[in-house]
Write a protein that binds this ligand. Structure first.
Ligand code: AMP
Ligand code: GLY
Length: 428
């Protein structure tokens, strides 16, 4: 089976590593990165350029196309590929609006009776200010459009909240923000693979959104992740499947916009129960690196079954009992203004210690060196008998990798490993 994967991050590197575990799978990738090039032939095609991607598919005639990032989905790459007769894993442009428009996602959640934060959609600064005053501190202000995980500000400072609302509203014609109630409690990322009717949950993971230890500093695309979650409430996955994932798929179906692809629920386990923070229409990064590290079943069979409407006949997924931790190594200045160009040393040494090094923002030069080429540079992953074991391995091995200005969090999965995540009375 030939699979074309669209994308160039650590998420796509992890997806391709999983796909190529199947002996009968060959992968090609556009545009890819130097890590992916070790597993798949890559093509220098812009992943958001719909006609170039369709032309590439027509040249190679893959049996399945897997779309990694949100931007090509929102640009309608899946629609055009399907129109051209290809089998695609990834939602249509209309269905990807669950990620592309926070207001649309809220509307579907309301119709499907999916628990989420109360919110107000605001198109002017005075409206936004009134909504902030209504909900009170901590203030949560979200850009209504796509913002690569960086469009959200959570703050106790009303002036910063208003300033962010103003910046989003003024950023483009039709700019708008969603202001919402603050959700307390730990966050969980749960992915569901959907064929438009049936949705199959994967194993939950936790992401670390802030750039610094102890959740300090600005939000990022994600600085690390781990799975499983030893502290998760009993029956968490079946409950969320029943109360969140399946109702969303059913409501999208009812509206004639079936969701076929990966539905990613960002959840808060609050003192009043589980609430949806947001949906994404694609695999999460870096959560995918730890979720797929634990998948025992065939990823290519799963994605093909989803893309062809056959999930209900797929055997139940099997998961490894090991724990997985991934730590993102970021460039100097990330997330505000990442500096590129530094040479990266020590990847092979870390791999010799048993770590998996997924490439994100990297490129290679003529002499074969690997250079920093983006904000999140590498996502280094370890598995172990439990979270403490995986953490020990990752933090021992990551020291082998160096580049100028490198920074990473040293507390990924720490609280979970130490049993310090407390869910409070609701779950007691
Ligand atoms: P989003 O892009 O909607 O996932 O938001 C990014 C991050 O902002 C989330 O992962 C949370 O850490 C935080 N956040 C978003 N909405 C809320 C909320 N209503 N209450 C508390 N934190 C939130
Ligand atoms: N790690 C969160 C995301 O992929 O949006």
């Amino acid at each position: 089976m030939l699979i074309l994967v669209i994308g160039q991050g650590a998420r796509e590197h992890a997806i391709i590593q999983s796909l190529t575990r199947d002996p009968d799978v060959n992968v090609i990738c556009a545009p890819g990165n130097p890590g992916i090039q070790q597993l798949a032939k890559t093509f220098n095609v812009n992943s958001n350029d719909v006609s170039e991607i369709v032309a590439l598919a027509k040249t190679h005639n893959p049996d399945l196309v897997v779309i990694g990032p949100e931007a090509p989905l929102v640009a309608g790459v899946a629609d055009e590929l399907r129109n051209a007769g290809f089998v695609v894993f990834g939602p249509s442009k209309a269905a990807a609006a669950l990620e592309g428009s926070k207001a649309f996602a809220k509307e579907i959640m309301q119709a499907a009776r999916v628990p989420t934060a109360d919110s107000k959609y605001c198109q002017t600064v005075p409206e936004a200010r009134a909504a902030l005053e209504l909900f009170g501190a901590p203030y949560v202000v979200k850009d209504d459009g796509l913002a690569a995980g960086k469009g959200v500000v959570v703050t106790d400072d009303i002036d910063s909240a208003v300033a962010h609302a103003m910046a989003c509203i003024d950023s483009r014609d039709g700019g708008a923000v969603v202001i919402e109630e603050f959700l307390d409690g730990p966050e969980v990322s749960l992915f569901g693979v959907s064929d438009g009717t049936t949705i199959v949950p994967l194993t939950p993971a936790q992401d670390f959104k802030r750039v610094g230890n102890n959740d300090e500093g600005p939000n990022t695309g994600g600085m690390g992740a781990y799975s499983p979650l030893p502290w998760a409430p009993k029956d968490f996955v079946p409950d969320v499947t029943k109360n969140v994932l399946q109702p969303m798929v059913d409501e999208m179906n009812r509206r004639g916009i079936p969701f076929q692809g990966l539905l990613f629920a960002g959840l808060a386990v609050t003192s009043r129960g589980v609430r949806v923070i947001e949906f994404n229409a694609r695999f999460g990064d870096p959560e995918t690196q730890v979720v797929l590290a634990r998948l025992n079943s065939s990823l290519s069979e799963l994605l093909l079954a989803a893309a062809t409407g056959k999930l209900s006949s797929l055997p139940e997924l099997e998961w490894k009992s090991e724990s997985a931790v991934t730590v993102v190594m970021a460039a100097e200045g990330y997330p505000d203004s990442p500096k590129t160009g530094a040479t990266i040393y020590g990847i092979a040494e870390a791999e010799k210690l048993g770590l998996t090094v997924f490439h994100a923002g990297t490129k290679s030069n003529e002499s074969g060196e690997i250079l920093v080429n983006g904000g999140r540079v590498l996502s280094v992953t370890a598995t172990g008998s439990d979270l403490s074991d995986a953490r020990r391995q990752i933090y021992a091995g990551i020291e082998r990798i160096e580049f100028d200005g490198e920074h990473h969090r040293s507390d990924i999965a720490e609280k979970a490993a130490l049993g310090q995540i407390d869910l409070g009375e609701h779950y007691g």
